[in-house]
Design a protein around this ligand. Structure first.
Ligand SMILES: Cc1cc2nc3c(=O)[nH]c(=O)nc-3n(C[C@H](O)[C@H](O)[C@H](O)COP(=O)(O)OP(=O)(O)OC[C@H]3O[C@@H](n4cnc5c(N)ncnc54)[C@H](O)[C@@H]3O)c2cc1C
Length: 575
């Protein structure tokens, strides 16, 4: 099969906060290295970092401390985080925010005394979320993108979809990545000494979801196919307040940010009761998992708004204040016919973030030499629950670390190894599977996937539902494999890419369902109605999913309490 060939030193998959930071740091570490960013979308226009609304958690403020940020992360994550990764996240976030302002050119909102303004985010003991209004991600990605454009040494391949990681012939390391060039339809193998997986996860297999349309769990699907271990895959975070504007608009599911609840917004059910008091003493400021479950329970009880969700109400804070503080949200809601500043807006829990991902070390290296991972594709930092504001901190912190580490790895990794040509050809054939088969109805299959994941692998789960879901996913996969794409045209064939999206989503949905079935307790984002207790935190284990010879197996390992044990606290107030 015809496959184009190219070569680079460092290959970065994805152009979100993780990918762009990695490119800049790698280029800074050694400007003579060939650094290539290959991304499924358009540089600066794709991925979720651009969509960050609320902001960036960092312990900079008087009265706060990195220990406190760390404890919030560990307790929010229900003692499941990998503590060294979480510690790296909270400590390095401080230097990364300084770098964003002083070197990258971002400018965040300030207090009258010139210090950075920290806003309140739910589930945190300190108002430490630094932001640019409620459009923080646009500020970060635009400035990062300008920095990348200003460096001709960083090559860019846009609309290049990574479809397979190709090992070296001797199996000792990664040799490179196979791509489908979305524009030309060509298959292209890029050999690289070091590869960063930064495709941003993206649980878009749920009926309601927030991530950008270019994300379909591709990175984790390719890692899984290579037999690499995924951690915490049962941990899918639902954001409680996705906009619910009806079934016929893509705006449904998009997130209304956490700051709305953090600053005093109320949730009302369909019979106008403020219901959070029935579920948690922290009311609307409870963590995302708690609020999502409360809303879902109201929905199941039939106390719903016209489109089947509940309402968020901000007007009691003063419509002018709301319009000023949440301008982006207010405008977006107005576009969909809702008055956020003074009226009621319908909301529903929406799949927002995947805490699970590829297992990695604090220096972003993985089990496979030459493969690194950062951002939402990585796992362990957040455990059972990601705090709002820790997502973009995670991608920028670890993206930067990957960019520092990969040049050093290249210097000591020895001569480049040739790819396993058999794997390369098999993967190329796999990508083209849908051509030549009888075309079918992908939309119907997607609707089925949405239903299965929302009903049985969603906010509240149980064993029967999970068994049912796994069987249903097998059926969806079988039908997908029998469904073709019309004609042989590969140039800009979005139906083909839709098919490939579905394939990644089905493969990773099965992992989520299997891990959820394995975890017989309820922690953070994962709630089992048949095992509602959290279990003993001191005996916490995390799940490990691995596919070998086509068979998926879930195992586990104990959480290492390297910094703090359940019942203890690290707490230091800064001067
Ligand atoms: C609406 C919304 C609001 C959010 N608000 C906040 C917030 O306020 N604070 C916070 O901390 N976090 C927030 N998050 C989460 C945050 O955006 C993510 O955690 C973080 O930005 C992920 O960064 P990333 O670099 O890993 O991935 P992304 O920024 O998502 O980038 C992924 C990149 O990979 C590319 N890609 C995907 N598949 C492939 C492929 N097969 N081949 C090549 N490239 C590929 C994509 O095109 C994209 O360029 C929010 C998320 C959403 C969706």
């Amino acid at each position: 099969m015809l496959i184009d060939r190219a070569i680079t030193d460092i290959l970065i998959l994805g152009s979100g906060g993780a990918g762009l930071f990695a490119a800049l740091h790698a280029h800074r570490a050694d400007p003579d290295l060939a650094v290539t960013i290959a991304t499924k979308g358009l540089l600066g226009k794709c991925g979720c970092t651009r969509m960050v609304q609320g902001g960036y958690n960092v312990a900079l403020h008087k009265g706060d401390s990195i220990e406190r940020h760390f404890m919030d992360t560990i307790e929010g994550g229900k003692w499941l985080p990998h503590q060294e990764l979480a510690w790296t996240l909270v400590t390095r976030a401080v230097e990364r925010v300084r770098e964003l302002e002083n070197e990258i050119g971002c400018f965040f909102d300030r207090n009258p005394d010139g210090t950075l303004h920290g806003k309140a985010f739910a589930g945190q003991t300190f108002d430490r979320t630094v932001h640019k209004g409620d459009l923080t991600g646009i500020e970060i990605i635009n400035r990062l993108m300008e920095q990348v454009w200003a460096r001709p040494g960083i090559a860019r391949l846009e609309e290049h979809r990574a479809v397979a990681l190709i090992p070296a012939r001797d199996g000792a390391s990664l040799a490179g990545v196979l791509f489908a060039d979305i524009r030309s339809g060509a298959l292209r193998f890029i050999a690289a000494g070091a590869v960063l997986l930064a495709t941003g996860g993206g649980p878009t297999m749920y009926r309601y979801h927030t991530p950008s349309g270019d994300k379909s769990m591709d990175g984790l699907a390719v890692a899984l196919r290579l037999g690499l271990p995924l951690r915490d895959m049962e941990m899918v975070q639902f954001h409680p307040t996705g906009l619910l504007a009806g079934p016929d608009t893509r705006m449904t599911g998009t997130v209304l940010e956490e700051g709305l609840r953090g600053s005093g917004g109320h949730l009302l059910n369909g019979v106008m009761q403020r219901f959070m008091g029935n579920y948690d003493p922290d009311l609307e400021r409870a963590t995302r998992d708690v609020v999502s479950r409360a809303i879902y329970s109201e929905m199941r009880a039939g106390r719903t708004s016209p489109h089947g969700g509940v309402y968020i109400k901000m007007g009691h804070l003063g419509p002018q204040r709301v319009a000023k503080e949440f301008k982006g949200m207010v405008d977006r809601c107005r576009d969909c016919g809702f008055d956020l500043a003074g009226g009621l807006v319908e909301v529903v829990p929406t799949a927002h973030y995947l805490m699970g991902g590829l297992i990695c070390n604090p220096d972003t290296s993985t089990e496979l030499p030459g493969l690194f991972v950062a951002g939402e594709d990585a796992s362990g930092m957040h455990g059972a629950n990601r705090l709002g504001g820790n997502g973009v901190a995670n991608s920028t912190v670890f993206g930067g670390i990957a960019g520092d580490v990969m040049p050093a790895w290249l210097a000591r990794s020895g001569p480049r190894r040739p790819p396993d040509e058999e794997v390369l050809q098999a993967e190329a054939a796999r990508v083209l599977h849908a051509f030549g088969k009888k075309p079918g109805d992908l939309n119907r299959l997607r609707e089925r996937l949405f239903d299965v994941m929302w009903e049985d692998v969603g906010v509240i789960r149980n064993a029967d539902g999970l068994v049912r879901a796994i069987a249903a996913l097998d059926e969806v996969e079988a039908e997908l494999l029998a469904t073709g794409v019309a004609g042989g045209e590969r140039r800009f064939n979005l139906t083909w890419h839709d098919w490939l999206n579905m394939r990644s989503l089905v493969e990773t949905s099965r992992v989520i369902a299997a891990a959820a079935r394995w975890r017989e307790n309820s922690r953070g984002a994962h709630f089992r109605a048949d095992f509602p207790a959290a279990g003993n935190f001191a005996e916490s284990c995390f799940s490990i999913a691995r596919r070998t010879a086509g068979k998926l197996a879930i195992s586990d390992a104990p959480v290492v309490f390297s910094h703090v044990r359940p019942g203890e606290t690290l707490m230091k107030e800064s001067a």
